[in-house]
Design a protein around this ligand. Structure first.
Ligand SMILES: O=c1ccn([C@@H]2O[C@H](COP(=O)(O)O)[C@@H](O)[C@H]2O)c(=O)[nH]1
Length: 238
């Protein structure tokens, strides 16, 4: 990941021209680009290339969650996109996590490229305690995130996705080499929207997040480049 700028901007759009234009404008202001399911469904692999050809690290956020055989096959396709980071759901279970991690590494080796970091989504940052309980996660959100982080780490994942609120506890549990990808980032000047477990970029970074995923605070700003610059300044203590 970019050591100087941990921000991956979530280019959440279905529009290839808009994604590529924003990515071009944000070059040098963020550390990488994240493209998700809405973009992939609309634009496919060619649409991903329209952003990856700009040369910045690409985060392919498809949150795969299926039986191990299906996830492994899909993960081979993700590796062919030359993603730097990609996601699965930790709740897919041990065998699914292992299949995803093995497939990513195996396909990348065949292509002679670096494998994507396979990171496992724990509890979505749009869920609060009540929301997590409603889908059947018992105990505190923090305990569930720690449990899923251990499952992911034990089965070959490179890291997890969690909210900034869990970063220090997961870091203590999983150690320095485990990649913590953190959405739910909200500068003090931005709206929370549907995110429930949030923190500012500087707070999340100080707690030990490796990658800060930021969408609407940049995308919905009147001037996305200025918003990205403001976040970068805040991360440097400005
Ligand atoms: O738990 C999760 C996992 C993924 N995301 C993704 O991050 C971005 C956040 O966008 P904002 O506009 O900054 O809220 C978005 O692409 C989500 O799909 C997440 O928010 N929480």
């Amino acid at each position: 990941m970019s050591s100087s700028n941990p921000v991956f901007v979530a280019l959440d759009t279905t529009d290839r021209g808009k994604a590529a234009d924003l990515a071009r404008r944000l070059l040098g202001h963020v550390g990488g680009f994240k493209l998700g399911l809405e973009y992939f469904v609309a634009q496919g692999p060619e649409g991903m290339a329209a952003v990856s050809e700009l040369g910045m690290p690409l985060f392919v956020d498809l949150k795969l969650h299926d039986i191990p055989n299906t996830v492994a096959a899909a993960m081979r396709g993700v590796a062919r996109l030359k993603a730097a980071i990609t996601t699965i759901h930790a709740s897919g279970g041990a065998a699914m996590i292992r299949a995803a991690a093995d497939a990513a590494r195996d396909e990348a080796a065949k292509l002679g490229v670096a494998p994507p970091k396979v990171v496992a989504v724990t509890i979505l940052t749009s869920l609060d305690q009540a929301g997590a309980e409603a889908v059947g996660f018992g105990g505190s959100v923090l305990d569930q995130v720690k449990r899923l982080a251990a499952l992911a780490q034990d089965n070959g994942a490179d890291g997890i996705v969690c909210s900034p609120l869990e970063v220090d506890a997961v870091r203590a549990q999983c150690g320095p080499g485990f990649t913590l990808v953190v959405p739910g980032i909200r500068p003090a000047w931005s709206e929370t929207g549907d995110q429930k477990r949030v923190m500012t970029p500087a707070e999340a970074k100080a707690r030990g997040a490796d990658v800060l995923v930021i969408g609407r605070p940049i995308l919905a700003a009147a001037d996305p480049v200025a918003a990205a610059g403001r976040i970068r300044d805040e991360l440097h203590g400005g």
